[in-house]
Design a protein around this ligand. Structure first.
Ligand SMILES: [Zn+2]
Length: 291
């Protein structure tokens, strides 16, 4: 499943091809993905200029004067910018033809992705109530705002910081790992990145969120941002305008300390890594290095 770094890499790869371009036609080869494709995609988008390509959590927004196409890649979705005459393959469900002669093509074999619409000045229900971004904003100077378009009545999300996590977690008994994967706390820190960040910060994933100190939350935030930024850098150098994320990112695999390494030797102390289910998710940690 594409994680936040892959989605951000996708955004950065697409933006130079899309921003400033006008959508000429929208071709839908089926009426639905995970949900019905919004009527506005065929009804409102053609003729509109794409002003920005933004990311909020793992959603991509193509902003126009009347609203934004809201995309999610789901489990298996990919977006490519291709010459308009490129033959259609299986699972190429949507084409947005651009005035550049290229086409933005959405391929999604498993169809857990979506293509919805956010009217200008509104926040789509899927984006409402999301926590702050774990990384500085991307796509526009105002992308930190809570899914709002730049002209809307912006609600500024809090900054992702040690103080923020510390304050929010007081009295919470939920394991810190589950706390960090709650999209209302912070968006887009998936299972792989939370495992690595907790290892780097020396915090056991099982510890109650309310029992982690302010200092340790500051270290955790540092670890999350460093790891995500590194993954984006690596993804950005591996992939350019052709992006097809599927499965765990291979470019990251050799550098993992915890994720997927249950029973193997800790790279720091040599002891066997522990493994358990936390919040239904496979969880690996070092009982010696993480407390
Ligand atoms: Zn260890």
């Amino acid at each position: 499943m594409p994680e936040l770094p892959e989605v951000e890499t996708t955004r950065a790869g697409l933006a130079p091809h899309l921003v400033g371009r006008r959508v000429v036609t929208a071709t839908l080869r089926r009426p639905d993905l995970r949900w019905p494709i919004a009527a506005e995609i065929a009804g409102l988008l053609p003729g509109r200029r794409i002003e920005a390509v933004r990311r909020r959590a793992k959603y991509l927004l193509l902003d126009t004067a009347v609203g934004s196409a809201l995309l999610h890649l789901g489990m298996s979705g990919s977006l490519r910018v291709l010459p308009a005459d490129t033959p259609v393959r299986d699972h190429d469900h949507v084409d947005l033809a651009l005035d550049s002669g290229q086409v933005l093509r959405f391929n999604d074999p498993r169809r857990f992705g979506c293509l919805l619409w956010q009217p200008r000045g509104e926040v789509h229900p899927l984006l409402a109530g999301l926590g702050p971004e774990p990384l500085p904003a991307s796509g526009s100077a105002r992308a930190t705002v809570d899914g709002m378009d730049p002209e809307g009545g912006d609600v500024v999300a809090p900054t992702f910081s040690g103080d923020y996590l510390f304050a929010l977690s007081r009295g919470r008994r939920v394991p810190v790992k589950s706390f960090l994967m709650d999209q209302k706390v912070v968006v887009g820190v998936g299972n792989i990145y939370v495992a690595e960040a907790l290892f780097a910060a020396g915090i056991s994933p099982l510890r109650a969120a309310g029992k982690v100190s302010r200092e340790r939350y500051a270290r955790l935030v540092e670890a999350v941002t460093t790891i995500l930024a590194h993954a984006i850098t690596r993804g950005g150098t591996t992939l350019r305008d052709f992006i097809s994320p599927d499965g765990a990112p291979g470019y990251f695999e050799q550098e993992l300390f915890a994720y997927g390494r249950g029973g193997e030797a800790c790279r720091r102390c040599g002891r066997a890594l522990k493994q358990a289910l936390v919040g239904q998710r496979a969880t690996v940690w070092c009982g010696h290095c993480q407390r």
